[in-house]
Ligand binder design. Structure first.
Ligand code: GDP
Ligand code: IMO
Ligand code: MG
Length: 429
């Protein structure tokens, strides 16, 4: 059995796409297991940069097969646009290469409209969602009124089910949110076209994944979002509506307990978050601008999906230890170490002050971070540019001290260190 799971150890955008691209070299199958096009995963190969929202990042490697698992919610319009985009870059997409779970759920314009209406209605208490219809699509799923992709396999039943769904959404938009109704006929026509286009890709991906493992193939599960956005284990209610943590890979791909080997936690060398919610090590002012960047570089801290500036801060080791526990992380992949070059000193949040006492764990999990003040340990920075460095020995001594501090504070090895967005800008240990 060989299933490796890549998870975001923070609030998303840790560089999962970039790490998946590295690991996909050795994988036969790369599988997304949760979330939808709220995700934005960037892969840079030479001059080409791909921003993938639904297709697994590993698809960039011609030898891989990509799965979109049953744990996902899929906007068919986005998926077809993305397929067209990657095809234009010369990447082959066909039903032999890309397989979509019959049990994944569809996102409709109804879900998009409800996402927007609910965010507006929350006012100051808004979550700051990506407005991609994610929460409402998972609500439909849990409510047992969702539209699974298998519906697209038969046209008549699909149109009827979609029509019932749209009538229900229009009722909610009118009665709860005082919003105008959606045009049912236009949506039915568009979705009939999407069904036609996607039908050949829809299959029992769980069976395919299980058979692949039995045949000795290697599956790489690609997490979206991050541990602290997990519906159960994140900073509730400022979370997404799925299970991006490692156990979600088993549920979201239809694989049994005991399938997984490695769990690779991707962690950015500092902390970022897009959207609302607590963030104990958050920085403001010049230091924040310095870590965020101006938006001039592709890798500056502006959302891949929404373009929103990301909130930034120092690495929070308390939360990282928590992520290690929740996911069963076996090794860390550290990204964006190059961004810290030139800082005089670097801080790590290693504990929280609550009233007069300090704690290194979370008394009530991350949902209650608001009352916590971060306590820091500080290490010296380094002036050298890291982007051309390819070995551990060549890293400046202070950079090695920083990495070693993370390893010892979290109790996990950092096996991969990324020093730039491009495929080759990496140190493997
Ligand atoms: P994901 O959602 O976790 O896949 O991450 P995103 O793609 O949303 O955001 C990560 C950004 O950082 C992307 O623009 C990547 O190209 C970039 N990136 C990843 N690793 C590195 C790195 O080591 N250094 C730099 N400078 N950029 C990186
Ligand atoms: P990747 O896979 C960062 C955040 C949103 C918001 C919250 C809920 O690129 O790391 P949703 O639209 O899911 O209902 O929004 O979750 N969020 C992400 N933040 N990276 C992501 O994905 C995210 N996906 C959702 O900003 O705070
Ligand atoms: Mg992202």
């Amino acid at each position: 059995m060989s299933l490796d799971i890549v998870v975001g150890a923070q609030w998303g955008d840790e560089g999962k796409g970039r790490i998946v691209d590295l690991l996909a070299e050795e994988a036969d199958v790369v599988a997304r297991y949760s979330g939808g096009d709220n995700a934005g995963h960037t892969v840079t190969v030479g001059e080409n940069t791909f921003k993938l929202h639904l297709l697994p990042s590993g698809i960039v490697h011609p030898h891989t097969i990509g799965l979109l698992g049953n744990g996902m919610v899929i906007n068919p319009a986005t998926l077809l646009d993305e397929i067209a985009m990657v095809r234009q870059a010369g990447i082959e997409i066909n039903p032999q290469r890309v397989k979509i779970s019959h049990a994944a759920h569809l996102i409709t314009p109804g879900h998009l409209a409800l996402d927007a209406a609910r965010e507006e209605a929350r006012g100051a208490g808004k979550i700051g969602t990506t407005r991609r219809g994610i929460g409402p699509a998972y609500t439909s799923k849990v409510n047992r009124s969702g539209l699974r992709l298998e519906r697209m396999l038969t046209s008549k039943g699909f149109q009827d089910a979609l029509s019932v769904h749209l009538k229900d959404v229009n009722h909610q938009l009118d009665r709860l949110y005082n919003s105008p109704p959606l045009a049912e006929d236009e949506i039915l026509a568009a979705y009939s076209g999407y069904a036609e286009a996607l039908r050949p890709y829809i299959t029992e991906t769980g069976e395919f994944a299980a058979r692949s493992l039995l045949e000795g193939k290697r599956i790489l599960a690609e997490g979206a979002q991050g541990t602290l956005l997990d519906l159960d284990h994140g900073t509730y209610p400022f979370v997404t509506s799925s299970t991006p943590t490692a156990p979600g890979a088993l549920v979201g791909l239809g694989l049994g307990i005991g399938s997984a080997d490695r769990v690779i936690g991707v962690v950015k060398a500092f902390q970022t978050r897009v959207g609302e919610g607590p963030f104990p090590t958050e920085l403001s002012g010049d230091l924040a601008s310095r870590l965020r960047g101006t938006g001039e570089n592709e890798w500056d801290e502006f959302g891949t999906t929404t373009g929103r500036p990301r909130r930034v801060g120092w690495l929070d080791v308390v939360l990282l230890r928590y992520a290690a526990r929740i996911n069963g992380i076996t090794e860390l992949a550290l990204t964006k170490l190059d961004i810290l070059s030139g800082l005089e000193s670097i801080s790590l949040g290693t504990a929280y002050q609550v009233g007069t006492s300090s704690t290194k764990t979370l008394p009530l999990g991350p949902a209650n971070l608001d009352e916590m003040t971060a306590v820091y340990e500080t290490v010296p920075g380094w002036p050298e540019d890291l982007t051309g460095i390819r070995t551990w020995e060549d890293l400046p001594q202070q950079a090695r001290v920083y990495v070693a501090a993370i390893e010892s504070l979290v109790g996990l090895p950092v096996r991969t260190i990324s020093v730039g967005p491009e495929r080759s800008q990496v140190i493997q240990r």
